[in-house]
Design a protein around this ligand. Structure first.
Ligand code: FES
Length: 117
């Protein structure tokens, strides 16, 4: 039985580059992502474009819990990646580690989701 390889984490930013309720765009190993700090202090990393029509999610609104796309206002829970409205879409979530005052994200093998138009 073979084991999955351990995710390869890449340094993205310093932990204090993101305050609660903030989101920023980064390109990690050729993949552009959005990194967010939630109201409870957790870091999340999600796909760069909206699964609806590929609009950049960093141009939307983040209230510390819900990410709202700026194009047609689809809403996503960044804890789970699941959409709230409509309720049948989701975001790709990238593994995140915080250590030694830096944020690391793994992107290998994770593709963005696309949904109905
Ligand atoms: S492109 Fe995001 S809601 Fe339509």
């Amino acid at each position: 039985m073979s084991e999955l390889p351990a995710p390869r984490f890449h340094r993205v930013c310093a932990t204090d580059d993101l305050w609660a309720g903030e989101m920023k765009e980064f390109t990690v190993a050729g993949t552009t992502i959005v990194v967010l700090r939630t109201d409870d202090g957790s870091i999340r990393a999600v796909q760069y474009v909206c699964p609806h029509q590929d609009y950049p999610l960093r141009n939307g609104d983040f209230d510390g819990c819900t990410l709202t796309c700026g194009a047609h206002l689809w809403e996503f829970d960044v804890e789970t990646g699941r959409s709230i409205n409509p309720d049948d879409a989701k975001l790709a979530m990238y593994p995140v580690e915080e250590r030694d005052e830096f944020v690391y994200v793994a992107v290998d093998g994770i593709d963005p989701y696309h949904s109905h138009a």
